[in-house]
Design a protein around this ligand. Sequence first.
Ligand code: PLP
Length: 410
Amino acid sequence: MVHINNDFTKLPASYLFSEIARKVEAFASSHSGDRIIRMGIGDVTRPICAAAVEAMRKAAGDEGAESTFHGYGPEQGYAFLRECIAEHDYAARAINVAADEIFISDGAKSDTGNIGDILARDCRVAVTDPVYPVYVDTNVMAGRAGELQGDGRWSHIIYLPATAENDFIPSLPTERPDVIYLCYPNNPTGTTLTRAQLKVWVDYARRKGSLILFDSAYEAYISDPDVPHSIYEIPGAREVAVEFRSFSKTAGFTGVRCGYTVIPRELYGVDDAGHRVSLHSLWNRRQCTKFNGASYISQRAAEAIYTAAGREQVAATISFYMGNAEIMRRGLQEAGLQAWGGVNAPYIWLRTPSGMSSWAFFDALLERCHVVGTPGCGFGPSGEGYFRLTAFGRRDDTEEAVERIVRTRF
Ligand code: PLP
């Protein structure tokens, strides 16, 4: 029999969302007729905006005519989209990112998971805790995480706690990581870093020679002028940071699939012989070998969200979700719960009441309110005692879920 990648077997059997699904299914089958409101998984509910739908129709038409048919596209993405992103997401904010530094993909999950392909197996990785689980699990698969310990931490991963005690601003690591994953606005806490706070990380990475992997999948939700839209707003970041973005939460592309990764030309690593190697070239090589490009149809759809109509429609959807977030934040605070986030991100992060564990609160919320959320401990050891609700629901569901929680008096 074939010898498998043993690192995969180190991953705990149950992924967070399958455990939630199992519990919800068990509850639903014994409580038929009770309407369950799901505010757990971070999928969107609003349909894709008209401008992108129209672009997909047109692109489908292109694919059906000999003169406009597109087969394999460039592995790095079509120039029309890369140029559009460079202009609107970067140049318009006076940020220096060239179109050829942008690699279009099928989403940020793949890219944040695959970026490890170009990094050494013995790199020390640091993650903020709680964390989007993909960063940790993909490093487990790559053999960088060491062993899972009794406290839920992996022995080779450096954990940087972000809790109410430090205002969700992690301290700099005490031992030097090679790679630091940062996600702002943050999933799951919904909190952010200001420009000054992010500068501390860029300066640290420059001093220590670390690489920052900056996930800004929720950039479109930023409302506070002090919060940077890109890590490249910080001087010197081009030499130390990769940035990931996604159209999933920006424009409802969770099913359409499109995102991008920026690798500046100034970003270098070092090989076994001590020679400098361009990360841009390595990623390009990786993509050309393992990836055949995002579909023409999804790239045309992404392009359409940068038109005047597309921008207006996308902004309306984001404002709808942030309206939900506002209802949730106010309601939960009225209910006496401590809640963070929901201002620059579509996530609300609660402290579980009465010292309940995250899973105990999950069960209580399901039993007593028929509302499903995500236990904070599923995002890392420092998420224990916290709970995530998402603002991606329907308005009537959001209002009703909040009413049920307020009435329940936890
Ligand atoms: N990064 C973060 C922080 C996320 O929360 C998510 C999705 O929930 C992703 C990346 C994945 O985005 P995509 O749909 O582009 O793969």
